[in-house]
Design a protein around this ligand. Structure first.
Ligand code: NAP
Length: 596
């Protein structure tokens, strides 16, 4: 083992532990921004890609490097912009009163982006000249310092996400760290030409900027999946290009790192593309299963691992290397095919983790320590979020990956669906009468609120009720909706101050004293069967204890079940009343009645 590899491994492990420590302190409120922030930071693969694109080893490596620069810079620019857009929405009641929390106002972000592109264009002309004048100076020490400082700034950036108060400031530090690393890399001694680097940066900034500024909040999961696939593509291409470059003298260590990079990168690329397609509705969302699926996937995995082991000892077997890359691409595709669209958030988090590992492997190939650090941080973040999501759903990662959930659960839902009884429906004017006599309301948003885009209506109703002197709180289940922190982002978008959002453990003790629990498009996260019915697939999942409120009003369109496909016992509770209809329409009808 070389000294450099040993140091790299130490860094990888320590960064993982540090990442775990910092990221586990990020509250569920900020889990969605965390996902896009780590995604942006994993775009640090940009610096390795820049070196490959600019080193001029061969035409193929320059082309691969150029594509990798475009993909990575798309992730950096898009990731940071969308994180900032989200964080800007999180305001406390005090911030809202003073309107002081915005650093960027109006369309300033667009102006910054346009400025960045102009700067890059100018940079092409200026930098060639600068290198000619100062090319004789050894700037390698300055480069190392810029990387060390960037790594520290990334960790501080993640630390900032432990509170919505400091999150934006933290992200500015991380952005600054990224700029430092990129600018520092421009002075990398291996770079001999800048043409392809700048072209890639310009393309990435335009594509990433467009995605970051204009993609709606509801499309954040698919954007995240898409950027994982871009990051993984960058890692795979750089891995292939390095394999070709070192064809004559591939040591075991380098071959292991390249193998890990292309295998993890390849499967993450196709897996993430599939996930994005399912979430966007371009591909069928239902799990696609066939006989012997798990066995054939395991066989494929064994073939990939076998090829890698063979290559470590016989690295010159090029056809086997390319076969291994193809197997990895196929494996990623087959891994995601049997997973339903609703489970994609867990898959995305896992793929986030894989993308981080591919990035770290690229760091080992190029012996670039900052890539090892960010790869490790990204890997830890993705893994931690997946574990938290699985825990909140009371499911194992194995069940998510190999259980074809949705299909199986619906078949098993029979015993749980026996909890029948009579259901009471209610009209908007009766709801208003209930509001008239109530002092406290707990609003429980769920996936249906996102579907109906009813978050603005919900926040407006809450404002009206508060004006009438009522105490209003929001109850946020960690897996309400379809991605971690989904409800928090939507409600923040609708200007709900984050101090009114209560996590499940905080709000549950309040339900017994609440006059009304107003459930807006939430279903599974309120199902008492999770506590009472051992036959229910939901049994053991922690839920919002809505059934303890004095009255329960549920806004949904029908008696259809939610994601888990099981009947909700709550609807047969004598205290429960159903206001049927699209959540947005129902809220509009409520307003109209309140006004009249
Ligand atoms: P849910 O159980 O999926 O229920 C959503 C309800 O919204 C449905 O019953 C549906 O009933 C209603 N709805 C849909 N469109 C509506 C509209 N336009 N207006 C009014 N209601 C509408 O949602 P949840 O309670 O939020 O629970 C989330 C589920 O997703 C959990 O089972 C969780 O494990 C799973 N999950 C979450 C994540 C995550 O990260 N958040 C990840 C993976 C899985 P109607 O059709 O009758 O209207």
């Amino acid at each position: 083992m070389t000294q450099e590899l040993e140091t790299g491994l130490y860094i990888f492990i320590l960064a993982g532990f540090l990442g775990y420590h910092v990221i586990s302190r990020v509250p569920p409120l900020l889990h969605t921004p965390l996902m896009s922030a780590t995604n942006a930071m994993s775009g640090i693969s940009l610096i390795g890609s820049m070196v490959v694109a600019g080193a001029g080893h061969s035409a193929l490596s320059t082309v691969f490097g150029f594509i990798a620069v475009s993909c990575s810079s798309t992730n950096v620019v898009g990731g940071f912009l969308i994180t900032d857009r989200m964080l800007k929405m999180f305001k406390s009641e005090r911030d809202q009163a003073s309107q002081a929390a915005t650093l960027f106002r109006g369309r300033e972000a667009q102006v910054v982006l346009a400025g960045l592109v102009v700067l890059l264009l100018g940079g092409v002309l200026w930098f060639q000249d600068l290198r000619e004048r100062f090319g004789h100076l050894d700037l390698s020490q300055a480069l190392k310092f810029s990387y060390i400082l960037s790594a520290a700034l990334f960790i501080l950036g993640l630390k900032g996400l432990s509170s919505p108060k400091y999150a934006r400031k933290g992200m500015f530090l991380a952005e600054f760290g990224m700029v430092m690393a990129v600018v520092g890399t421009l002075f990398h001694p291996a770079i001999v030409t800048y043409r392809w680097i700048f072209l890639g940066l310009i393309i990435g900034s335009i594509v990433g900027g467009g995605m970051g500024l204009w993609i709606p909040m509801t499309a954040v999961p698919q954007r995240t999946a898409l950027s994982h696939s871009l990051g993984a593509l960058a890692a795979t291409l750089i891995g292939i290009s390095e394999y070709i470059r070192h064809a004559g003298d591939l040591g075991r260590v380098l071959m292991t790192a390249i193998g890990a990079e292309v295998v993890i990168g390849g499967l993450t690329f196709t897996g993430s593309l599939m996930a994005a397609g399912k979430l966007q509705g371009l591909l069928p969302g239902a799990p696609i299963t066939y006989r012997g699926q798990n066995a054939s996937n395991i066989g494929l995995l064994a073939m990939m691992v076998g090829s890698l082991i063979y290559l470590i000892f016989m690295p010159a077997t090029a056809p086997l290397f390319y076969l291994m890359v193809c197997l990895a691409l196929l494996f990623g595709f087959l891994l995601v095919v049997p997973i339903g669209a609703a489970d994609m958030p867990v898959v995305i988090s896992l793929l986030n983790s894989y993308a981080g590992l591919a990035d770290a492997a690229m760091g080992f190939v190029l012996m670039n320590k900052i890539q090892i650090i960010t790869g490790s941080l990204d890997g830890t973040s993705g893994l931690l979020l997946s574990i938290l999501m699985c825990r909140a759903m009371n499911r194992s990662a194995m069940n998510v990956l190999f259980g074809a959930f949705g299909k199986i659960e619906k078949e098993e839902a029979g015993p749980a669906a026996e909890a029948k009884g009579s259901v009471r429906s209610i009209a908007p004017d009766e709801v208003v009468v209930l509001f008239d006599s109530a002092r406290s309301v707990i609003i429980v948003p769920g996936y249906g609120m996102a579907v109906a885009q009813a978050q603005h209506g919900v926040s407006e109703l809450a404002r009206v009720l508060m004006k009438r002197g009522m105490d209003v709180k929001y109850a946020i289940h960690p897996v309400a909706g379809r991605m971690p922190g989904h409800m928090n982002v939507l409600l923040a978008e609708a200007n709900v101050p984050y101090d009114q959002l209560y996590a499940m453990e905080q709000i549950n003790p309040y339900f017994a004293a609440a006059d009304i629990a107003l459930v807006v498009g939430a279903n599974d996260v309120t199902n008492p069967a999770a506590k009472n019915n051992k036959n229910s697939p939901l049994y053991g999942m922690p839920i919002l204890e809505v059934d303890r409120a004095k009255s329960i009003i549920v806004l949904k369109r029908s008696m259809r079940p939610g994601f888990a496909g099981v009947d909700n016992e709550l609807y047969y509770n004598p205290k429960c009343m159903m206001l049927f209809g699209d959540a947005k329409d129902s809220l509009n009808r409520l307003f109209a009645t309140l006004k009249s």
